[in-house]
Design a protein around this ligand. Structure first.
Ligand code: ZN
Length: 666
């Protein structure tokens, strides 16, 4: 469930079209790309209007995420934007340029912490320089709150920007700390981890078959010694932004494709208005069943940003079904029961009947909140386990985004640098795009939807290791089945060699190339990454006696060589059985042992080797996207006759426009 992110592997690419530039700009460890929205022109006028209204709703909540990520983020962003737009001093100076890069990073991360590693990034300009520049501005341009002076603003934000010890990490997952006290996010105020856990433990009703997602849409704060939830809703926290979102959702409801979809939108509006989590569940159930062509996500969804896993960060995405490519995922979900029945998992942990695995390939039309500018390539929602079990879930692969990644990676030298031989490079070129997409389909449509928990095993039984185990389960399901003859029989893959591209990519990524996302001397924390290393290291070790997979050296460079693809598949199957057992039985000690043994620690020498090789290629390890711009065309009566889409807006231009037109949190 949740989201699947693009791996660090960037091999592949099948040619950039002449009239469309995928790459917009590069800075720090980031590259900004542009994505196309093919087939938008083919939508009906009503569908185009629906996309437009939902897109507006997707942008209006942008500030919410900045504030959720840290309580000073908006003040910092606005101060930097004021400098960017109005500073009269030397804009050719090196420090000014560093400040602009810093602002671009703040935009990208929706705050001052790295969007992926979640640690605070250090500015490449001095505190003195920053203070001087801010003081040179007309104070009316600064985000001064309630009579605040420029000096008072500086006193607040300077330590947050410059002192490495202040708010060092947005999400701290390290075992043994107070995870709230050591995390800089704005989900809790004045409460300890113990207090927060006790607060939600008390809300839980024993044996509740349909528990709401406690804490999902609120900040937990201590006020006058009492712990209370400050709910994100109309009239509550973030009221102004939420009312704007509701305004556009109401317009969207008026052009819904059908009554079912109208009900989805209206139920979401009700939830935004009253903050009642039962309404959120009702909305989620209706949403999971809605199969209209145009679709959207808008709300407090994923909980990766909260080390305790309660609080949902605000995200949005509008999309429509890619009809041709969806035939592929329909084939996969149409055979869901066969895959479940034939998996190497113990029978006790299998679902007798797999229900409602609805899967489709979509075209993203706009990205917002936690999906912008960095975005997942696959999504599987809703997250509530009982809804998934009783009502099914919806799983999507976002193909215009994976396509943009693929096109932008064309000819960047990555495959030549990190693969052992031309054989793997050719595999990647020929099959990398299709097997990557199939892996995502299998991961989302089947992997997360497979298996069952034993009675009395709670959702959170694996605690901090739950995310990694869940991702491992989904990836292993995909890895096991992508090599199955059934893939070719169903027409999903062209032949019985294609899957090798995914195996080579996965193992190389898990053992080597994903390390480019880790700073020197750090270990792996992010659950998707822990999962990938866990799988790769475990199979490397377990297959060592037969040399199934080897790390080979040539000219001082390390490569992953797969000697026996068939045996590697068997190992994936064995690990899948064990990971499913851990999840089904809620075996916390086993989860902790296997994740700590294989998923966390990084070999320092190998790490620095990989970093050095990667650096030479000059590739940004993370990408994000600028959105297209939608503009209504109206007739003399003011009626919308068409929605025009353009792809020319720049990165800073778009961010500044959103900050002006769609900024609703103080
Ligand atoms: Zn996943």
């Amino acid at each position: 469930m949740g989201t699947i992110l693009m791996g660090a592997c960037q091999g592949g690419g099948s040619g950039e079209e002449k009239d469309f530039r995928y790459s917009v700009e590069k800075f720090a460890d980031l590259e900004i790309l542009r994505y196309r929205v093919p087939e938008f022109e083919e939508l009906s006028l009503q569908q185009k209007k629906l996309v437009y209204y939902l897109s507006q709703a997707a942008i209006e909540g942008r500030d919410i995420l900045f504030d959720q990520h840290g309580r000073h983020n908006l003040a910092i962003r606005r101060t930097l934007e004021a400098i960017y737009e109005s500073y009269a001093g030397d804009t050719a100076a090196a420090e000014y340029k560093s400040l602009v890069v810093y602002l671009k990073r703040v935009w990208f991360s929706s705050g001052i912490h790295h969007h992926y590693a979640t640690d605070k990034f250090a500015p490449d300009f001095s505190q003195e320089y920053f203070t001087e520049v801010v003081k040179s501005l007309d104070p009316s341009l600064l985000p001064l709150q309630g009579g605040q002076t420029a000096d008072e603003l500086l006193a607040t934000i300077v330590p947050v920007i410059f002192d490495p010890a202040v708010d060092a990490k947005r999400v701290n997952q390290a075992d043994g700390h107070d995870l709230i006290g050591t995390s800089a996010n704005n989900f809790y105020s004045g409460v300890t981890q113990k207090e927060a856990e006790a607060f939600y433990e008390k809300l839980k009703k024993p044996n509740d078959p349909t528990p709401v997602s406690y804490g999902l849409n609120s900040r937990l704060a201590k006020k006058d010694g009492k712990i209370v939830e400050e709910v994100w809703k109309a009239g509550g926290l973030y009221a102004q932004a939420i009312e704007k979102i509701v305004y556009w959702l109401e317009k969207a409801a008026s052009v819904a494709e059908n009554d079912g979809q109208r009900q989805v939108i209206e139920t979401l509006i009700r939830f935004y208005q009253n903050g009642n989590l039962r309404d959120f569940d009702e909305y989620s159930i209706l949403w999971a069943a809605d199969t209209s062509r145009v679709d959207f996500i808008n709300g407090f969804i994923e909980t990766y940003g909260d080390p305790l896993g309660f609080k949902g960060t605000w995200e949005a995405m509008v999309n429509f079904k890619n009809l041709e490519a969806t035939k592929r995922t329909e084939t996969i979900s149409g055979n869901a029961q066969w895959f479940e029945d034939n998996s190497p998992v113990d029978k006790r942990f299998k679902k007798e009947t797999v229900t409602g695995v609805s899967a489709k390939v979509i075209t993203a039309a706009i990205l917002g909140g936690d999906c912008y500018p960095a975005t997942p390539i696959g999504i599987n929602l809703p997250n509530a386990n009982w809804i998934r079990a009783q009502h099914g879930s919806k799983s999507v692969t976002i193909e215009n985004i994976t396509d943009a990644y693929d096109k932008a990676a064309q000819g960047n030298g990555f495959a030549q640098e990190f693969y052992w031989s031309q054989n793997e490079v050719d595999l990647m070129k020929r099959y990398g795009f299709i097997t990557g997409n199939i892996h995502t389909d299998l991961h989302e449509c089947l992997g997360h939807a497979s298996g069952k928990l034993m009675p009395n095993v709670g959702q959170g039984a694996l605690k901090a290791y739950g995310g990694t185990i869940e991702e491992a389960r989904a990836d292993l399901f995909a890895l096991y089945y992508i090599a199955d003859p059934q893939m070719v029989a169903l027409g999903l893959l062209p032949n019985d060699t294609a899957y090798k591209a995914e195996y080579a990519k996965f193992m190389t990524n898990g053992l080597l190339t994903q390390l480019v996302r880790i700073a020197p001397d750090n270990n792996i924390e992010e659950p998707h990454m822990r999962n990938r290393q866990l799988i790769a290291k475990w199979t490397l070790e377990k297959g060592a006696a037969d040399a199934v997979v080897e790390l080979k050296k040539r000219d001082g460079k390390t490569y992953v060589v797969i000697n026996d693809y068939g045996k590697l598949r068997t190992l994936f199957g064995q690990l899948l059985a064990e990971i499913q057992r851990i999840r089904s039985e809620g075996d916390y000690p086993a989860a902790k042992a296997i994740v700590e043994a294989y998923g966390v620690k990084v070999d320092a020498d190998l790490h620095s080797e990989v970093l050095a090789r990667y650096q030479k290629l000059n590739i940004a390890p993370y990408k994000g996207f600028v959105n297209p711009v939608y503009e209504p065309v109206t007739n003399s009566a003011g009626e919308i006759t068409d929605i025009k889409i353009t792809y020319t807006e720049g990165y800073a231009e778009q961010m500044l426009r959103y900050s002006k037109e769609n900024s609703w949190v103080n």
